[in-house]
Structures are given as C-alpha cells and as structure tokens.
Design a binder for this molecule. Sequence first.
Ligand code: SAM
Length: 206
Amino acid sequence: MPSDDRRLQAANPTGWFEDLYAEAEAGTASVPWDVPHPQQHLVEWAHEAPDGQGRSALVVGCGYGRDSEFLASLGYDVTAFDISPTAVAAVRRRHPQSKVRYVVADLLNPPAEWHRAFDLVVENMTVQALPVSLHAEAIEKVASLVGSTLLVLAVARDEGPEPDGPPWPLTPSEIKAFATDGLSTRRVHRDESRWLAEFGRQLAMN
Ligand SMILES: C[S@@+](CC[C@H](N)C(=O)[O-])C[C@H]1O[C@@H](n2cnc3c(N)ncnc32)[C@H](O)[C@@H]1O
C-alpha cells in the first residue's frame, strides 16, 4: 500500500473504511476482502457443528456479508454490523432476500443491548484492520458481546515490532487476550500465517 495511503489511514483509523467502500461504489477502488466465498476456516469450523437453528450469531465488521450469509444458510439468526454505512447499504442491496439483520455500528461503542447477547460471535479480520493502539480495546469489546462461543479468524504474526499496517496481524498475546471477561480458550490453531481461535463462556447454572 502506498505510504500516503498509510498515513491517511493512521490519522483516521476507522473512517477510511467508509471512504474505501464509497470509492468502490463509484468504481474507482476495489475492496481487497470482497470475495464471494466465506472464510475457509469458518467453513471448516462449521463442518463440526453445522446446525445453527435456534442460535443467534453476530458477525463483527461484516463488510460485504460473506460470513454472515454463510451462517444464515446454516440456520443461525444472524445480526451483522459494520462501521461503514456504504458497506451496509451495499450488502443489503447484494442480498435483497437476506434474513440477516445488517446494522451500522461501531465495535468500539456497540449497542448496550448486545452485551453477552449472542450465542456465537465471529470476528474475522476486523481487529487486525485497526491500529495496534486500538487492539486491546477492540478485543475487550468483542469479548463483551459473546454469550457462549467466540470465533476469531485473523492473520498471524509473531511478537515484535509493530508492522507497517494496515493490516496489523494479531500476535499470540493478542489472541490470548480474547480470553477475558469470563471467556476461556477452547482452542487456538495457527495454520501457517492465520489464526483460528475459539473461546467459550460457561453458562451460569441455576
Ligand atoms: C478487513 S475488513 C474484513 C471484512 C469481513 N470481516 C470479511 O472478512 O470479509 C474489516 C471490516 O471491518 C469494518 N470495521 C472497521 N472498524 C470497525 C469498527 N470499529 N466497527 C465495526 N466495523 C469496523 C470495516 O469497515 C471492514 O468492513
């Protein structure tokens, strides 16, 4: 990515997404994560538990909806959000018959009623799209939305100096940090350059 673009993104850590989606609408830019299939690790994870009937799911930073539409096809009752109004308008237009509730919302300031509200939360490459200085806050917010299961999909890097993002891939200690606010780690898998990490909340016994 050209260094001028990087400087602009560092100065406006969440606003540049809207600019990019608006440019894509105008046909003057392409969105790198605009791919027609769900994330492969999500598909593999879902093989083990393919039935979403009766379960709610929240997709963080949903972009054009590849993961949210996939979860809806498994029967999950899906809410998906993105900070970019243009992305949300585009995903609604692309999927006019969708059962997914697409919402404009900011992960760093999520609606209060979403607190621990979703059986499954899927976070795919949103935290890594934010500067490292925002990772701890974003990770804590993601964890706060989880009722039962959290799936984190991200590009991996080792501990060490900050890369010249975006993206800013997640380190082992950042992956560990999702196990907060009552969540515990179920499994962490690093496949070459990617993380698939699952966390769970024990349900309170009556
Ligand atoms: C790298 S893209 C990944 C999109 C999608 N998860 C996928 O895999 O196709 C990151 C997405 O997160 C959204 N995003 C960035 N910051 C956000 C925030 N604070 N709250 C909600 N969405 C955010 C961006 O607009 C963008 O759509």
